[in-house]
Design a protein. Structure first.
Length: 358
C-alpha cells in the first residue's frame, strides 16, 4: 500500500507551488514550535488593534487528541491539487473558506488539517443550528447570574448591594475568541452554516469585512472602567478587552462548511472563497481506513470499499458509514454466519437519501 499512497500523493500535487502556505503534508505542529512566518495579507485585509499591548500568544493545546480523533494518523497528499489551491488562496487573501459537499467528504476535517500543519493551535468550533444567532458566536452575558451574585443586605426591606464585576459574567464565543488580537491567526470552524436562520449569513458580513465587534455591556461602563477581563472559548486565562471593543490583528482562518441544503446570498459568497469536496474515491477511502485503523488494505478491505462505492451510487452514503463497518469488522462482527453480517452491513449502510428519521 505504501507505493499506492505515494503514487496517489504525487498525482494530487507532485510539486507543491512555492506560494502554497498549506501543503497538505500531514505535519503536526503546535504554537510552541518554530514556525515559518505567514505571508502578509493584502492591504485591504490588514487590521490594527486599538492597543499598544503585544499580540496574544496562542494557548498551547494540552495534546493532539482533537486532531487524532478527527484525522487519525496524519497522512500527506489527502486532498486534490485544486482544493489545496483554493485553501492557500484563502490563507493568502485572509478570506473565509466556504466548503461544500456531501456529508462525510471531510469538510470539517479541513479546519483541523490546516491548524495542525500550520501550528495554529486548537480549532475554535462553532456548530450552527436553526436557532443560532450572531450573538451566540460573539459572546455570552450571564445577566441573571450577575444579579443573583450581588450581595444581599440584612434586615427588613434590605436591598441587594452593588453588582459584581461585569467581566466575570462575559464569555467570548468561538467567533469572538477568534477575533482577539492573536500573534498568529486562529482557526475557526463554522460548521453547517446552511442549517442557520436565513439572516445569519448576512449578519456575518460586517464581521468578515471589519474584523471587529463591540460588547455593549462593556461600552456602557464608559470612561469609568475602560478595561475588563473576560473569559474565552479556550476556557483558559481571561483576556483584557478595552473600551468594549474586540478587533483582530490577524484575520482568523475561517472554514465554513455547508451540506448544500440552501443557497447563500451573493453578498456573503463574494466575501468567501468557495471549494467543493467530491465524495472520496477508492484510494481516498483506503487512506482514511489506514489513518484510523492502521495498514489493512488487503484484498478483503479493497473489496469492501468497492462494495461500498457500488452502494453509494450518487452519494447516498457517507464515508463514516464505511469506517463504522470496518470497526465492526475489527470486533469480529463478520465471524458469524454470512446472513447476519449481511443484515448488519445493510443497517450500517442505510441510505441517507431516503432516511426520514429526525
Amino acid at each position: 500500500m505504501t507505493g499506492e499512497t505515494t503514487d496517489l500523493r504525487e498525482e494530487r500535487h507532485p510539486r507543491p507551488p512555492s506560494w502554497w502556505v498549506f501543503r497538505d503534508n500531514g505535519a503536526y505542529h503546535t504554537p510552541a514550535d518554530e514556525l515559518p512566518p505567514l505571508p502578509a495579507p493584502p492591504p485591504w485585509r490588514r487590521f490594527r488593534p486599538d492597543t499598544d499591548s503585544p499580540p496574544l500568544a496562542i494557548p498551547l493545546p494540552a495534546d493532539s487528541a482533537d486532531v487524532d480523533r478527527k484525522l487519525g494518523s496524519r497522512r500527506a497528499g489527502t486532498l486534490d491539487h485544486a482544493v489545496v489551491d483554493v485553501i492557500n488562496a484563502s490563507l493568502q487573501l485572509r478570506r473565509p473558506l466556504l466548503v461544500t459537499g456531501q456529508p462525510g467528504t471531510g469538510k470539517s476535517s479541513l479546519a483541523y488539517q490546516i491548524a495542525a500543519e500550520l501550528g495554529l493551535g486548537r480549532v475554535l468550533w462553532w456548530p450552527v443550528v436553526s436557532r443560532t444567532t450572531l450573538r451566540d458566536g460573539l459572546y455570552d452575558y450571564d445577566a441573571i447570574g450577575r444579579v443573583q451574585d450581588a450581595p444581599v443586605g440584612t434586615g427588613p426591606g434590605a436591598e441587594r448591594g452593588p453588582l459584581p464585576d461585569v467581566g466575570r459574567y462575559l464569555t467570548l464565543g468561538p467567533l469572538g475568541t477568534a477575533l482577539l488580537p492573536w500573534r498568529r491567526p486562529r482557526v475557526l470552524l463554522i460548521d453547517e452554516l446552511d442549517k442557520s436562520d436565513v439572516d445569519l449569513p448576512n449578519d456575518l458580513l460586517h464581521i468578515f469585512e471589519e474584523g471587529e465587534f463591540r460588547i455593549r455591556e462593556l461600552e456602557r461602563l464608559g470612561q469609568s472602567r475602560r478595561e475588563a477581563s473576560v473569559g474565552t472559548a479556550d476556557h483558559g486565562d481571561p483576556v483584557v478587552v478595552r473600551d468594549g471593543r474586540v478587533r483582530c490583528s490577524e484575520f482568523p482562518v475561517v472554514v465554513i462548511t455547508s451540506n448544500g441544503e440552501r443557497a447563500f446570498p451573493p453578498a456573503f459568497r463574494r466575501r468567501c472563497l468557495e471549494v467543493e469536496l467530491a465524495a472520496p474515491d477508492e484510494d481516498r477511502l483506503a487512506a482514511m481506513i489506514e489513518s484510523h485503523f492502521g495498514p489493512r488494505t488487503d484484498a478483503g478491505t479493497r473489496q469492501l470499499i468497492r462494495s461500498f462505492l457500488q452502494e453509494r451510487g450518487d452519494g447516498s452514503l457517507a464515508a463514516d458509514q464505511l469506517l463504522n463497518t470496518v470497526h465492526m469488522l475489527t470486533n469480529g462482527a463478520a465471524d458469524a454466519d454470512e446472513a447476519s453480517w449481511s443484515r448488519l452491513r445493510s443497517a450500517l449502510w442505510r441510505s441517507l437519501a431516503t432516511d426520514t428519521s429526525p
